[in-house]
Design a protein around this ligand. Structure first.
Ligand SMILES: [Zn+2]
Ligand SMILES: [Zn+2]
Length: 354
């Protein structure tokens, strides 16, 4: 019997590909194969591998079958070895310290909205990264392009998360949440009562990003003053590079390779309001967002804001992108005690409920 778990190896490969921002179809090949094999008894997987019949299974191709065969033989699959050999990206000491201090992620998506993976898989990847919690923040109803959740679907998701939590390892839990659209008038795109039930509310502007300065400022100030809002998501809405392959997201209707300028707003007024209402400013780690830009992180820091260093992950491997946010935060001198996701889950929830 082999020491290695071929399904774990396939998932590990998928994770590393996602983290490296590789094309979605490539990642999917490994996730589909892992899923197909997980549905079979262990002996059947081994038997099919011996007989060269793995590829008869839907979802298993030549490359994934080879990985499984290598894994069953007790070897590290060559594909995995190659990925591991090229993965090392060193953070400097301050960014590393910040990353180490983070205990969770406050902005993530699942396949209930525009993410690519089930909640369970996102949670398991977060466990592997050493997180103590993951806040699930799928989109709100008006964001139809991202399959935003109606109040009804969100209620169902809350029940589902409660069940998933029961099966997760001790010391880890999924916190409930939402990435709620900040509407044109600054109101939030979900039932008040439902927002009140959630552990964490991230609010983001996804539409009318070209509103003039006065209008955008009013809009953001109204959202920040809303007692349900905990975190101001990717505040400028900028896109500095093309979206990762296969990730379709808010406002882009599936088109890729577009950059977008920052929205115009009175940053001093917005950050002062964040301090007044104790709303954290998100440092969004996505490579194509890098939002807010460093000059605004510094201004928010001077204003006295708290921060949340989030991935906005739409796939498990992207949960490891937090280190990009940490790098930018460290460059701006953001200390760990200003970052809300350095807190334990209970502390975080006590703060959001306050
Ligand atoms: Zn967003
Ligand atoms: Zn998001």
């Amino acid at each position: 019997m082999s020491e290695r778990d071929p399904i774990a190896d396939l998932r590990r490969i998928a994770f590393l590909l996602e983290r490296a921002n590789e094309a979605t179809y490539r990642v999917r090949a490994f996730r589909s194969a892992a899923k197909a094999l997980a549905a079979l008894p262990v002996e059947e997987v081994a038997e099919r591998a011996r007989a060269g019949k793995l590829t008869e299974l839907a979802g298993v191709g030549d490359v994934t079958a080879r990985c499984v065969a290598e894994s069953l033989a007790g070897e590290e699959p060559v594909y995995l070895r190659r990925l591991l050999a090229t993965e090392g990206t060193d953070l400097d000491a301050e960014a590393t310290a910040l990353r180490t201090a983070l205990r969770g992620d406050c902005h993530t998506h699942s396949d209930w909205s525009d993410g690519g993976s089930p909640i369970e898989e996102m949670a398991l990847a977060a466990v592997e990264l050493g997180h103590e919690y993951l806040v699930l923040t799928d989109h709100s109803p008006r964001l139809k392009v991202a399959r935003g959740l109606t109040a009804d679907r969100l209620r169902r998701q809350l029940d589902h998360v409660a069940r998933v939590n029961e099966a997760l390892p001790e010391g880890f839990r999924i916190l409930t949440g939402i990435e709620v659209d900040i509407l044109a008038d600054g109101s939030l795109d979900q039932d008040e009562a439902l927002l009140a039930r959630l552990d964490v509310v991230v609010g983001s502007v996804h539409s009318g990003l070209n509103d003039d300065r006065a209008k955008m400022t009013r809009r953001m100030l109204a959202a920040i003053a809303n007692p349900h809002l905990d975190i101001l998501g990717h505040c400028t809405g900028r896109m500095v590079s093309s979206r990762p392959a296969g990730v379709t997201g808010p406002g882009d209707r599936g088109h890729r390779a577009r950059t977008r300028a920052e929205s115009d707003f009175d940053a001093d007024a917005v950050f002062a309001a964040c301090v007044e209402h104790d709303v954290a400013v998100e440092i969004n780690s996505r490579p194509e967002r890098q939002d807010p830009p460093k000059r605004l992180i510094r201004r928010a820091l001077e204003a006295g804001c708290r921060f949340a260093i989030n991935t906005d992950a739409h796939a498990p491997g992207q949960l490891d992108w937090q280190r990009f946010g940490c790098e930018r935060a460290a460059l701006c001198g953001v200390p760990a005690d200003r970052v809300i996701n350095t807190w334990a889950a209970d502390e975080l929830v006590a703060w959001t409920r306050d």
